[in-house]
Design a protein around this ligand. Structure first.
Ligand code: ARG
Length: 454
């Protein structure tokens, strides 16, 4: 491609070292679509004829079909996907093919290809997140009556509906979708026409090509356009947060599926056994997902570090962006893809949940609230109930087993209805503020998400 300037061929070693075809081949559909759109501007400018436009387009489509069918042989010495396709085009149709790269550089070409690829990937990721949200809502609906202890510090805190816990994840994933949609706006800007760095002396109608490729905006600075990878960093950052959320969900699934919790049972189809211990049923999907979070974070760090020292504008370093981008998308999409069906097959062990939530200490705060409603400042109420809990552990009993007299000795504000406070259903019903898990609130949230997600 640069044979004019050089007397020696590229060393074998360098070819191997510098090639990107082994991974950027997957950009082929975008490279072809981008090139075909580019021919419209070339034709409009009178640089190629209508027949040449037709010939380039049909040959590129032919090449695309061969790549798709696995019949195309990529050449390492042609370095990347852009040169592989262009060289083959020119081999097949001669001069018309050799005109394609007019007023274009691989620097703006690769920027276009990545943007086209990422724009599509954003839509796939979002669709997969929606499926996961739906699975969470479905599971919540299926077990809408189940109450479990909510935890802070992994210590039993207060009772919540199981569905409320799942809906917390639905909210997290909703923010993830919003982040991806927002980032997509900055991906969706058309860079072609920036050339290598300073546009071209040949004037092409960038607006026309942008329109053909459905870009609502066009880059306004050619130097920025070829050296910008912010949009990819943003997406890897959004994907890191998705991975973090998946990892936390994984952790809950792993805990819940343990013998100690026994809140859920995972289906055989989404667990593995042990080659040694016959009793084992391991939550591998969740563990792998938790584990893969590390590489998604790593890819973000790699890309940030890759870009930090680069002088303007394009530098070959930037070829290193692709494996990080591909790996984060593949990893997160695989995780999303397996998590939704796994959740749909989860069985909730209602008896274990009921046993766990029967822990009266979960309602200690309710008891303090009771005293507050009878006029005691909250700090004092907290202390009184703390003494009640202390008394229980001294006697080896539970809060409901203390008598009215016991309670009244701790505070005269306790009345004969004190034991009613210690009922879970009553506690749940009282939590009516927006966002709190009263049964009608949880039902309304399930309905809201069902309507939104379909
Ligand atoms: N394979 C290159 C990349 O991925 C394409 C752009 C190459 N441009 C250049 N001037 N060498 O970044």
């Amino acid at each position: 491609m640069w044979k004019g300037r050089f007397q020696q061929p590229t060393a074998e070693l360098l070819q191997t070292y510098s090639e990107s075809i082994s991974f950027d081949w997957r950009l082929w559909p975008f490279d072809i679509v981008g090139s075909i759109a580019h021919t419209a501007a070339l034709e409009q400018a009178g640089l190629i004829t209508a027949e040449e436009t037709e010939l380039i387009g049909s040959t590129l489509r032919e090449i695309g079909a061969e790549i798709e069918a696995g019949q195309f042989v990529f050449k390492r010495e042609l370095e990347d996907i852009h040169m592989n396709i262009e060289a083959e085009l020119t081999r097949r149709i001669g001069d018309a093919g050799a005109k394609l790269h007019t007023a274009r550089s691989r620097n703006d070409q690769v920027a276009l290809d990545i943007r086209l690829y990422l724009r599509e990937e954003c839509d796939h990721v979002e669709a997969q997140i929606r499926e996961l949200q739906k699975a969470l809502v479905t599971l919540g609906e299926r077990y809408r009556e189940v109450i479990i202890p909510g935890y802070t510090h992994l210590q039993r805190a207060q009772p919540v509906y199981f569905a409320h816990h799942l809906l917390a994840y639905v909210e997290m994933f909703e923010r993830d979708c919003a982040r991806i949609e927002d980032c997509r706006k900055r991906i969706n800007v058309f860079p072609l026409g920036s050339g290598a760095i300073a546009g071209s002396t040949i004037l092409l109608d960038r607006e026309l090509v942008a329109k053909l490729l459905d870009f609502p905006a066009i880059t306004q600075n050619s130097m920025d356009a070829v050296s910008d990878r912010d949009f990819a960093i943003e997406l890897l950052s959004a994907l890191s947060i998705v991975a973090m959320h998946l990892s936390r969900l994984s952790e809950d699934v792993i805990l819940w599926a343990s013998s100690e919790f026994h809140f859920i049972t995972l289906s055989d189809a989404f667990t593995t056994g042990s080659s040694l211990m016959p009793q084992k049923k391991n939550p591998d999907v969740a563990e792998l997902t938790r584990g893969k979070t590390g590489r998604v974070y790593g890819n973000l760090m790699a890309l940030l570090t890759l870009m930090k020292g680069l002088p303007m504008t394009y530098n070959r370093d930037m070829q290193e962006d692709k494996e990080a981008i591909f790996d984060s998308l593949d990893t997160v999409r695989n995780a999303l893809g397996v998590f939704a069906p796994m959740l749909l097959e989860v069985r909730v062990n209602e008896v274990s949940c009921a046993a766990a939530v029967a822990d009266p200490n979960l309602l200690a705060t309710d008891l303090a609230d009771y005293l507050v409603l009878h006029g005691l400042p909250f700090r004092s109420a907290h202390e009184v109930v703390g003494r009640a809990v202390g008394l229980c552990s001294e006697r080896g009993c539970q809060l409901p087993e203390l008598t009215l007299e016991d309670y009244q000795k701790l505070s005269p504000l306790f009345e004969s209805d004190v034991h009613e406070v210690l009922q879970v259903k009553r506690s749940m019903a009282a939590r009516r503020a927006t966002g709190a898990p009263a049964p009608q609130n949880v039902a309304a949230q399930l309905a809201r998400w069902r309507a939104a997600l379909g």
